[in-house]
Design a protein around this ligand. Structure first.
Ligand SMILES: Cc1cc2nc3c(=O)[nH]c(=O)nc-3n(C[C@H](O)[C@H](O)[C@H](O)COP(=O)(O)OP(=O)(O)OC[C@H]3O[C@@H](n4cnc5c(N)ncnc54)[C@H](O)[C@@H]3O)c2cc1C
Length: 380
């Protein structure tokens, strides 16, 4: 049981609702869906109906106006039970961000209620086959033609490819580098937007991830979010928020691994006693618990800066870096605590370990987080 200090009774009720929903809807289905690689679209609808797909956004547009620190703890609870679902909520929230933060009033009124109400599922299309880390050099083009932009190019690694209702696409409308990039909101049903073959991933197997081809796809010009040339700034600003979400996913996953390992170590006997009584195991569990507490504290510190309207990019990078490295270490150690039984799919820890790896890669690899942090050092 984690001791949480929540900012309101509302937040406490929300966390309880999320736990109940996760125990009822997620826990019984995760193994089956992960084994079959099937995306549980109906669960996302249930989360939407329960108000969990628009938590940090304004009530005026159908959001719940919850502080980011509360939203992150909801994600943590979801990740505890099923990482792919938490990741789906995090990606959807990321995909809504450009409209919520940079859209015109008319765009917000038109698009946000359906996005936040759970009717629509979003995807965030930044990465490309030739570049993920160096997103400022992306090649997908958007050329103005009358009342439309015509999109050509290929996006890569897109979570929710083929199941999303809308794609938040970053494409080049101007010259080279970040200043030539713009942000466009495209309906997934737009002709000539085609999801390609699904990637065969190490973990997150229920989550559809694929390249998306844009082959002269026409997107109405009124779907430009912000001004032409501001797309890279929008993308990076969205990722600041998203990285805190990935940290929350990592904390929830690591906590699940620790709790499983603790229970197992209390039951498994060797040399006539529970393995938890051996200092070698007990100290490993103690380190895992300590690392998770530290990761949660760092994540909440970043969220509280964001909630206070203060700069938080660097703290978000630190939280993403630290929490995802902790998740990798803790899930690997959980496999070790279970010995041979940790290496087979009869227990969830091997899945946790496979899933943790991706968190060190998405939304800026941990090398990129170190770049963000190191560049900030020495600056006032
Ligand atoms: C499961 C999954 C889901 C994803 N979902 C999405 C999504 O929904 N939307 C989306 O847009 N993208 C998504 N991505 C893409 C993800 O963001 C990229 O994979 C990531 O940014 C890295 O890009 P890359 O794979 O091209 O690796 P590269 O950029 O080619 O990097 C390769 C290696 O070089 C290192 N490296 C690169 N530059 C530097 C540097 N300057 N200094 C030090 N090291 C460096 C990287 O850290 C990495 O270790 C997803 C990826 C995965 C695996």
């Amino acid at each position: 049981m984690i001791e949480r200090i929540l900012p309101s009774d509302d937040a406490a009720a929300l966390l309880e609702l999320t736990s109940d929903l996760a125990e009822r809807e997620l826990a019984p289905r995760v193994d089956d869906f992960e084994a079959r690689g099937e995306f549980p679209r109906d669960i996302l609808r249930t989360l939407g109906r329960s108000g969990l797909l628009g938590l940090p956004y304004a009530e005026q547009y159908g959001g719940a106006a919850q502080p980011y620190e509360v939203y992150l703890q909801v994600l943590e609870v979801l990740a505890y039970h099923w990482l792919a679902i938490a990741e789906a909520v995090s990606v959807h929230t990321l995909a809504c961000y450009p409209v919520a933060a940079y859209g015109s009033d008319a765009q917000r009124e038109e698009h946000l209620p359906d996005m936040l109400g759970g009717g629509l599922l979003g995807a965030y299309a930044l990465s490309e086959p030739r570049g993920g880390s160096d997103a400022g050099n992306l090649a997908t083009k958007a050329v103005r033609d009358g009342d439309d932009y015509v999109l050509t190019g290929t996006k890569a690694w897109i979570t929710h490819a083929g199941v999303a209702d809308f794609y938040q696409v970053f494409a080049r409308t101007g010259g080279p580098g970040p200043a030539g990039i713009s942000c466009l909101l495209a309906d997934a049903s737009t002709p000539h937007i085609t999801p390609l073959a699904r990637e065969k991933t190490m973990g997150l197997r229920s989550s559809p991830i694929a390249q998306i081809a844009f082959d002269d796809a026409r997107v109405p010009a009124d779907r430009l979010i912000g001004e032409e040339g501001t797309g890279f700034r929008i993308a990076m600003s969205a990722l600041d928020s998203g990285r805190l979400g990935i940290a929350a996913c990592a904390v929830g996953l690591a906590q699940a691994a620790l709790d499983y390992a603790v229970t197992y170590a209390g039951e498994r006997e060797q040399f006539g006693q529970p393995i938890a009584s051996f200092q070698g195991i007990g100290f490993m569990l103690a380190d895992m618990a300590t690392q998770i507490s530290a990761a949660r504290a760092l994540m909440l510190a970043g969220a509280r800066l964001r909630d206070a309207g203060r700069p938080y990019s660097v703290e978000a990078a630190k939280a993403k870096l630290f929490a995802t490295d902790v998740a990798m270490k803790v899930t690997t150690d959980a496999v070790q605590v279970l010995g041979g039984y940790g290496y087979v799919s009869d227990h969830p820890v091997e899945r946790y370990m496979r899933e943790a790896k991706v968190l060190q890669i998405v939304e800026g690899t941990n090398q990129i987080q170190r770049m963000v942090i190191s560049r900030s050092l020495g600056k006032r």
